[in-house]
Design a protein around this ligand. Sequence first.
Ligand SMILES: [Zn+2]
Length: 339
Amino acid sequence: MVKHLFGKSLDVTKLKSNVLSNLTKHIEKIRFMMGELSSTSELITQKTCFICGSEHSRPFSEVYGFKYVECTDCSHVYTQTRYRDADIIQFYTNNATYSEVTYANVETCYYRRDSVAKPKFDFVIDHLPFKPSTFKWLDVGCGIGDLVSVANQNNWHCMGLELSSSSIAFSKEIFKQDLIQKTLEDFCKTSKERFEVVSFIGVLEHVTSPMDHLRMARKILEDNGLVLIQVPNAMSMATYTQDIFPETVFRHMSPVEHIMLFSEESLEKALRETGFESIAYWWHGLDSYEILNQMTMHSKKDVSSSRFNQAWMKVLSELQFVFDQNKLSDRILCLARRV
Ligand SMILES: [Zn+2]
């Protein structure tokens, strides 16, 4: 039986104080990043679904001129045009703006480690179907290494792969973690290591070969090993909000970063086809925060000092819980075992 967990209390003002304080500037940064990529790289057409290979799709949404389509066979959502893998890898390796905007922020990184990474670690430990013997964990695309740091603090031997040079430097300085600057593919070519857990937190939606990534993970996992996956949920309130306000998207359905969004169905299919079986799902997200941000950006009044803002912030977590319970959260966290 697959277990489903819903909801997570979260103080978003602590988590994203840098974002909340200046939404417009944040969007400008995202647009700048998109401009950088479009000036140096050429767009190519994605003809088939990343998960099931189907050529059949229907229009889903459009953001910044990128058309998202929904696979009619597995309900996976992806952009019809995208940049090449090599261009994307180069962008994440060299672009400090990306990691600064997203994760590497001294003001919020400790809160992020304790309130975002630690619960994910606990989720794995709570659902471990075996007693760990090697305690070896690989976190792929680990960002500033917050989860790596948590796992290592809890007596695991956790290695982190990360492309961004600035995130690696940040992790070394703040969390004292030595991350490895490699893609999973390059790591697998040279390493003989095996792991009991491999995690992909916010990674699969960025890569052009999510199925190969899962297959690679399976290869380096111990027989009963686990994969932990967090992906954006296509069928979420954040998606539906951004669909009606596409000109102010700065996260989630952000087409250059997230070339795909998963549905429960497409994630299940991806797992099954690559030799995994899901054990537990955790539905939680930032949808109520997304709605507030979009209203803030679209109002001509100063929403941040309004009674609306005050009241919304008061019930933010409760509203989110309702979305979560209906599987409308913008994130899907899934733990699956190797079969
Ligand atoms: Zn499909």
